[in-house]
Write a protein that binds this ligand. Structure first.
Ligand code: SF4
Length: 374
């Protein structure tokens, strides 16, 4: 059922740039998603999506009008900062089938282009090919990144757990399509489904196919399973796939409000994924070349430090860089003004100071590049 609603606001400014997606601004044009993936956490009660998830959709019918007002320089007391606008994510997919009728994502891209923002799009839908003309224009002016999420590259598994979307083979084709148009394209391999798509052979098949399609990066993450609607719905689908698996799930998902699996489980699958990613030489974070010239100084330093933190943790090492990144993200002034007193920031010792000074001088860090290419 489609319900047209009036939204009060569309644009959200993040407190800090998200180093997974690089987004500074986010927007959701719909509520709910007919892609109806079995694992979707949009189904969880905490997101307050009304109606039957997977079937009912709310369309923010005034989204374009609101967005134009929100972006109007006349109404804005402080100017917008340069940073990626993210279309997608949250509890909807901006390119779910209803988009063919309402074209809210397309009209949003036109506004993003006219306001000279770079954009990062995340979808599971091949409908996004329709908008290659505007995405190319944004890419020429600034930068566009088109990302796709996958739980695996198996068409057979996807048919069970992602019944409302085109198979992974078509999404891989769509990556090639955007790469052929000179547009950066990456993969969010998330969530991987425990004991189904997190198996070493399934992961390796996914990474090999994604690499072959020409993706610029793969970002990996496990699945959450929140008690209530999300878990109940998922277990029904899982039983239809393999009724033996639920018992194993109960071992790794202790009852918790957030639906997280045990740390040992996440560490184990992360270890397997990273070994495969190293074998196929594919970046596991969005590469610097795609954001170096886009992010403001503090955001650039913060994202690089968070990437270093992630890369070290993925090797099982302890790191101070996440803490340092947070301190930089809280600064009200450009970090370069503190070049002589960086170690006064919480979490910044002499090694981090050296990295920050190198980023300020060159826009990069040799230590970071070494880790990314390891
Ligand atoms: S495409 Fe994304 S938002 Fe839509 S049902 Fe699947 S996981 Fe949920």
């Amino acid at each position: 059922m489609i319900k047209e609603i009036q939204a009060k606001s569309i644009l959200r400014k993040h407190k800090k740039v998200d180093s997974w997606f690089l987004s500074k601004y986010g927007m959701n044009l719909y509520r709910g998603c007919t892609h109806n993936c079995a694992y979707c956490d949009g189904r969880a009660e905490g997101y307050y999506v009304s109606g039957e998830f997977g079937r009912d959709i709310e369309v923010k019918i005034n989204a374009i009008e609101i967005l134009k007002k929100e972006l109007s320089p006349v109404r804005k007391r402080t100017p917008f900062e340069k940073g990626f606008a993210m279309v997608g994510g949250g509890v909807c997919d901006g390119y779910q089938p209803i988009e063919a009728k309402y074209e809210l994502s397309r009209k949003t891209l036109e506004i993003v282009r006219d306001h000279n923002f770079p954009v990062h799009l995340l979808t599971k839908s091949t409908l996004i090919k329709r908008d290659v003309d505007i995405i190319s224009q944004i890419n020429k002016q600034n930068r566009a990144i088109v990302s796709f999420s996958f739980s695996s590259c198996s068409d057979a598994i996807s048919k069970v757990f992602e019944p409302g979307i085109r198979p992974p083979s078509e999404r891989l084709e769509t990556i090639r399509f955007f790469k052929d148009h000179g547009i950066a394209s990456g993969v969010f391999l998330m969530p991987v489904i425990p004991y189904v798509t997190d198996l070493a052979e399934v992961l390796e098949e996914s990474v090999a196919k994604i690499k072959e399609a020409g993706a610029d990066f793969i970002i990996f993450s496990g699945m959450t399973l929140k008690p209530g609607r999300q878990q109940d719905y998922f277990y029904n689908v899982l039983d239809s796939y393999d009724p033996q698996l639920k018992q194993q799930y109960e071992q790794i998902y202790p009852p918790s409000q957030w639906g997280g699996a045990k740390e040992e489980y996440y560490n184990a699958i992360s270890h397997v994924f990273h070994a495969i990613a190293r074998k196929y030489k594919i970046p596991v974070r969005i590469p610097l070349v795609l954001f170096k010239d886009i992010l403001k100084e503090n955001d650039l330093v913060m994202v690089i430090l968070e990437h270093i933190d992630y890369l070290l943790k993925s090797r099982g090492e302890r790191t101070p860089y996440g803490f340092a990144a947070y301190s930089v993200s809280q600064l009200k002034e450009p970090v370069s003004l503190m070049a002589n007193s960086l170690t006064s920031l919480k979490g910044v010792g002499s090694a981090t100071e050296k990295i920050i000074l190198e980023i300020l001088k060159t826009g990069s860090s040799s230590y970071y590049e070494k880790l990314m290419n390891a």
